[in-house]
Design a binder for this molecule. Sequence first.
Ligand SMILES: Nc1ncnc2c1ncn2[C@@H]1O[C@H](COP(=O)(O)OP(=O)(O)OP(=O)(O)O)[C@@H](O)[C@H]1O
Length: 292
Amino acid sequence: MIQARAENVSRRYGKTLALDGVDFQVRAGELVGLLGPNGAGKSTLVNLLIGIRRPTHGRVELCGGDPRDPASRRTLGVTPQETGLPASLRVGEVIDFVRAHYPNPLTRNELLDRFGLTDLIRRQTGGLSGGQRRRLAVALAFAGRPSIVFLDEPTTGLDVEARRSLWDGVRAFHAEGGTVVLTSHYLEEIEALARRVVVLANGRVLADDSVTAVRGLVGMRRVSLTSPVPLPDLEGLVSVERAEDRLHLLTADADRLVRALVAHDVPFRDLEVRPTSLEEAFLALTHSPAAA
Ligand SMILES: Nc1ncnc2c1ncn2[C@@H]1O[C@H](COP(=O)(O)OP(=O)(O)OP(=O)(O)O)[C@@H](O)[C@H]1O
């Protein structure tokens, strides 16, 4: 059963095309990561699927209906990128307030326990640290026993321990058959939870594949050098960028590329090899023929 679907969806904000012909679907019980650099369109896609915004073109569906129809959202849980919590309410009170909106919520203790919040129950939310507030905001998405949960960058600002405790809560929900869509800038974060990852960049889906396959795509190296001659065709070269007298070559296998440079007798100096950032890898993929 498909729980959330976008078909050829585009969304424009004035002159900005935030999503450009996106197809995306999530089956019941899946845990999917949406990966992409800043401004890729991740939050926009989530906002369309949960009915906060409408697509400019195309069709979106949630739990078999229109996401803007409250009936489709009855079993939805969401943690947006930023959440406002009433500062003077205690953690336990906020949880009870949210639980009261649902017919069959988790008990207060189940929720506190799952997300490692038990010690904070009597604390006012205004006095929580940023990380503690974030954990509470994520936990609240699960209060109503949702069937599908959207988490927009759930672990931003969390330390390692808090992140693990939050991941455990998400895993427990998924193990019971829950569906999860989470967004992140980091493949490592998605890797910790999901097997499937959808890569967005510039509003388009670049890849929809296993985390392992995408790791191969983005785990590239940048080989920089200065050479007085034009480069020949080199195997495994993904892209070439020229900045003044430097050439920056992107490749999945830097050793092989350097061997090829030597084998072709290419004169070079000041060779540097370093890992690419996700942004650089995305940029190269966006401009490579494979992404066209
Ligand atoms: N309400 C809005 N008004 C105008 N432009 C917007 C609005 N929301 C998003 N955008 C633009 O749409 C594009 C996609 O933004 P979106 O927030 O969906 O990306 P994102 O992948 O979630 O980014 P981030 O990782 O930074 O949160 C960006 O260029 C952004 O500036």
